[in-house]
Write a protein that binds this ligand. Structure first.
Ligand SMILES: Nc1ncnc2c1ncn2[C@@H]1O[C@H](COP(=O)(O)OP(=O)(O)OP(=O)(O)O)[C@@H](O)[C@H]1O
Ligand SMILES: [Mg+2]
Length: 245
């Protein structure tokens, strides 16, 4: 099973937008797809409730505790035949929850808005993900996606690229700030469910994410020989980052 965790402790960075669009992409490919929603706001599950019946189904599982310190809901059931599991993390995930989320994942996607505030918060979060969440010592692959990008020439965007280069984390794509994502969020669709011509740009900008995860389907999609785990431990830059440089 391909398990992709979409996470950033920063609220409103685009976790649910990526989760729903990735899930609908794989569902459209007739893969058994489940969304596991850890967010008490249940935005992904609300999106799923609005999903038109003629589209391929996506199973929704609720992993958010009903209230603080309560037991996890029985709805957190992931069907055994799930081929693609997309996990929507809540804002502010840390500590034990962060560990649990990282343990479940093969791939971790971090959406970040290219503003100075978001970049600073995300830098702190990536540190937590690696050290507290245990991602540094696991085989999970991590990548970053810029979200709500309006212009590639903004100062903040340059700062984001510099930050990612310093961490040696792959920067997969820039997702534009587009009305189509808002429409999709309202209608229970992904951009891959919508009119192909009208969503051409959004499809193009999301595809690098799916290509990055391709190696997980040896039978259906073929294996890439160089599909290696991003090794952060070997990165001298990471050591410098850890010291706070
Ligand atoms: N690329 C985009 N273009 C247009 N609107 C977007 C885009 N990405 C996100 N949005 C909108 O911005 C808002 C926040 O996005 P989203 O819900 O995906 O973030 P989130 O990280 O899941 O937030 P939270 O931390 O509250 O769970 C939503 O209204 C969403 O529809
Ligand atoms: Mg969300």
């Amino acid at each position: 099973m391909l398990t992709v965790l979409v996470i950033n402790s920063k609220g409103g960075s685009g976790k649910t937008t990526l989760t729903t669009n990735i899930a609908s992409y794989y569902a459209d490919k007739a893969l058994k797809t489940t969304i596991l929603d850890y967010d008490p706001q249940n935005s992904s599950l609300h999106w799923l409730a609005a999903r038109p019946a003629h589209l391929r189904p996506i199973h929704g599982a609720n992993a958010a505790p009903a209230k603080a310190f309560a037991l996890r809901s029985m709805q957190a059931w992931v069907p055994e035949n799930t081929e693609v599991l997309v996990i929507d993390a809540p804002a502010g995930a840390n500590g034990l929850m962060l560990k649990e989320l990282v343990r479940k994942a093969n791939y971790i996607l971090i959406p970040v808005a290219p503003s100075a505030i978001d970049i600073r918060a995300t830098a702190g979060f990536i540190k937590d993900l690696l050290l507290v969440g245990g991602a540094r010592t696991s085989t999970v692959k991590i990548a970053v996606v810029a979200n709500r990008v309006r212009s590639q020439s903004t100062t903040a965007y340059v700062a984001l690229e510099r930050f990612l280069n310093s961490l040696k984390l792959p920067f997969l794509t820039s997702v534009s700030d587009s009305e189509n994502y808002l429409k999709a969020a309202d209608s229970g669709e992904g951009v891959f469910d919508m009119d192909e011509m009208a969503t051409f740009a959004e499809r193009q900008e999301l595809m690098p994410i799916m290509r990055w995860m391709e190696g997980h389907f040896p039978n259906r999609f073929g294996v890439r020989a160089n599909d290696k785990v991003v090794s952060l431990e070997n990165s001298r830059k990471f050591a410098a980052f850890r010291k706070g440089n």
